[in-house]
Structure formats: C-alpha cells, structure tokens
Design a protein around this ligand. Structure first.
Ligand code: CUA
Length: 155
C-alpha cells in the first residue's frame, strides 16, 4: 500500500516540476527556442565586426540580433543602459565573454547561458508582452560577481 502512495507522490512531484518549468517560460511571456553557437577570438574582440561595438540590430520584420559581451563586471549592453527590444519580436542573442567565464540569465525565464571567452553562445527568445527583465551573471567571475547584473526592457 505504501509503494502506491510513494508512486503517486513521485508522480505529483514530476507533474509539479514540469508545470513549474512550463509556467516559468510561458508565464513570463518569453520563450527560449534554441541553443547553438560558434567561436570568436577573445584577443581581437574589440575589432570584431559585431562584438567590437555590441548591441541590437534588426534582421527582419520582427526579428533582431543582439550581441552581448560579458566582462568583469558588466554586460555590454545591459548594465550601464538597459537592452531595449520591441514587444512581439524574436531576438537571437549572441553572447561571449572578454575575460573570464560569466553567466547570462534572463531572470524568471528559461533564457540562460554561459558566456565563455572564445565561444559564442547563441539562443533565440520570443518576447511577447512589454515588461522588464533582470539580467544576472550566474557564474562566479570574481570580486564583483554579486553586483554583475543588467536589464532588458521589452517596449
Ligand atoms: Cu560575471 Cu559572475
């Protein structure tokens, strides 16, 4: 009789976890679609056509590319000024790091990646409704790690 109880309990927990994950993405109105990437030379990052002056660029009717450089202890862009994207847009993030390994997490969503020197992490997010999202570094990167944050404003 106890076995059935544990089985039922486990099932409830699993359903609960799936529900939480689904809600985390859908409830926040943004959804991470894919995760791929490439490489970049960290030594010449400042001369890179995209990462040399990172920011947002329009690629279609409702689609954008966003290039982000993480470095101790800021996201460029994102920290000194918010990253602004239009509501209803599909945004592909290209994230790399200039110095050490950082994290790039859109708080409250499943949009989350590592920012690694020499590598480009790519993922695509659909931004539905207007809102504000925090950005967080979730990999320990030095003395200022705990203050390394930023903001995305969906307009
Ligand atoms: Cu950057 Cu922790």
């Amino acid at each position: 009789a106890y076995e059935k109880l544990w089985l039922a309990l486990a099932l409830v927990l699993i359903v609960g976890f799936i529900g939480t994950i689904t809600y985390g993405a859908a409830g926040a109105g943004i959804d991470m679609i894919d995760d791929k990437g490439g490489t970049v030379d960290p030594a010449t990052l400042d001369q890179h056509p995209k990462f040399g002056d990172p920011g947002i660029e329009r690629t279609g009717e409702n689609s954008y590319d966003v290039y982000v450089v993480a470095r101790q202890f800021v996201f460029e862009p994102g920290t000194t000024q918010p990253l602004r994207v239009p509501a209803g847009s599909t945004v592909t993030f290209h994230v790399t790091a200039a110095d050490v390994i950082h994290g790039f997490e859109v708080v409250g969503t499943n949009a989350n990646t590592m920012a690694i020197p020499g590598q480009v992490s790519e993922f695509t997010v659909e931004f539905g409704e207007p809102g504000e999202y925090g950005l967080l570094c979730n990999e320990y990167c030095g003395s200022g790690h705990h203050v390394m944050e930023g903001q995305i404003v969906v307009m």
